[in-house]
Design a protein around this ligand. Sequence first.
Ligand code: AMP
Ligand code: GLY
Length: 437
Amino acid sequence: MNILLLGSGGREHAIAASLVKSPLCDELFVAPGNGGTAGIATNVKLNACDEAAVLEFVENHQIGLVVIGPEAPLVAGIADAVRNKAHVPCFGPGYEGARLEGSKQFAKQFMDAHGIPTAGWQAFTQSDEAHNYVDQKFNPACGEGVRVLVVKADGLAAGKGVIVAQSCEEAHDAVDQCFNGAFGDAGKIVVIEDALTGPECSLLAFVDGATMRPMATAQDHKRALEGDKGLNTGGMGVYSPVPIVTEDEYAAMLSAMQRACDGLVQEGISYKGVLYGGFMLTPEGPKVLEFNARFGDPETQVILPRLKTDLAEVMLAVANGRLSEIELEWRDEWAVSVVLASKGYPQHYDTGFEITGIEEAQKLPGVVVYHAGTKLDDAQILRTAGGRVINVTALGNTFEEARERAYAGCDVIQFEGKTLRRDIGERALRGRSAWEA
Ligand code: AMP
Ligand code: GLY
C-alpha cells in the first residue's frame, strides 16, 4: 500500500525510517517532511491541516493508510475526514479523542471522571475569578499557603502555554498573560493546577479503540540549558526506558493508561493512534500531568528504534481495530537521543547553515541520526531549517554505552551555531536521589 505521513519533525523522520522498512509499504509520502525524509521517501508540499488538500492527495495517490504525526491536524479533525470521507484507514484519533491534548480542561474533567490520578485544579473563563483563586491559594491565612502554582492556557500553544509560577505575583502575571491573548484563543480558558514534584516520565501506548499495547517509558529534557535550567523547549534530549521507575510506579502508570482507554470507550470516543501519558512520579505515586494524542517528539526517536515489530503492520492494525492480534516485540537495549539545536533556540535563531558529518556519525556503532529542522537546498546541500535540527540517537547494551555512543555521534556532526545539552540522562545515571537534591 501507499502511505501518507503528515508532519515534518524528528518524530516523523523516525516514523518514516520504520515504515519504509516494511514489506507492506510500497511508496511513502511525507507532507511536508524534512531533509531526512527526502532521502527515504517522497516529500510533498501540502498543508497537513487542510482537509480538502489531504483528501485530494489521498484519492489521487491511492493511499491505503494515513499516519498523522503532530497534534494540530489531529485537533483539526483530519483523521475524521480521512476515515469518514475518504474511507481510508487512519492512524491518529479524531477530533473528540484529540481533545485530550487539545483542551486541558477537557483532559482534567476526563481524568477526574475516570479516576485517573492528577493534580488538583480549577478552570476559569473570568479573569477576576482566576485572580481571586490565586490569592486564596497563596494566602496561608484563608487558603493553603502554597508556594508554587501552575497556570495553563486551555488550548494548544506549541508547548508554551504552561507557566510554573514560583510566586503569587508570577501566578497573577501568568493569568494576565493568558487572558490578554499571549496564547491567542488557547488562553480564553485558564486551568490553574496544584504543583506536583518528582521526576517526570512518559509512557506511550498504541490504542485501537478497544485494545491498548504499552510501549516503553521515556524521559524528555524540556529545558534549554544544562541542569534543567532556562526556557522550556520542545525537548532537548531523551532516553528510554527510564531506569529509575520502580515496578509499583510502572504498574500505576499502566493502570492510569488503561483507565484512560476504558474511559474513552465509555464516552463513546473511538480512539485509534498513540496515547501519550505524561506523568510526574510524586511521593504519593505517579500522577498524570498531561495526555498527548500522538507520538512524542523526541520520545519517538528512542522508542521506535527499539521496536522489532513491523510498524506499518502495527499502525494498520490500530487503524482497523485489530491491535489485539499483534504482540509487540522490543530490542532489549537502551536508547539515548540528544538534540542538536540552533544557537538561540527556543528564542530567535538563524537558519541556512550547512550541516556536515551525518554519514560519518551513522557509521559509529549503534548510532542512528534523525533529521528535524533540516532542508536540502536547490544544490542538494543539507542546511539547518529550524530550532531543533538533528536528533542523534544511539542504542547500547547499557544505559552508559547508549549515552556515550550518542555523544560520540553529536561530536562528528557540525553546523554553525550547533548547541546541545551535555547532561542528557546524567541524573538518571546518578539514580533516584538526583531528583531529591
Ligand atoms: P504539560 O504540557 O501540561 O505537560 O506541562 C508542561 C510541563 O510543565 C510539564 O512537563 C511539567 O514540567 C510542567 N508541569 C505541568 N503541570 C505541572 C504540575 N501540576 N506541577 C508541576 N509541574 C507541572
Ligand atoms: N516531548 C514532549 C512532547 O512531545 O509533547
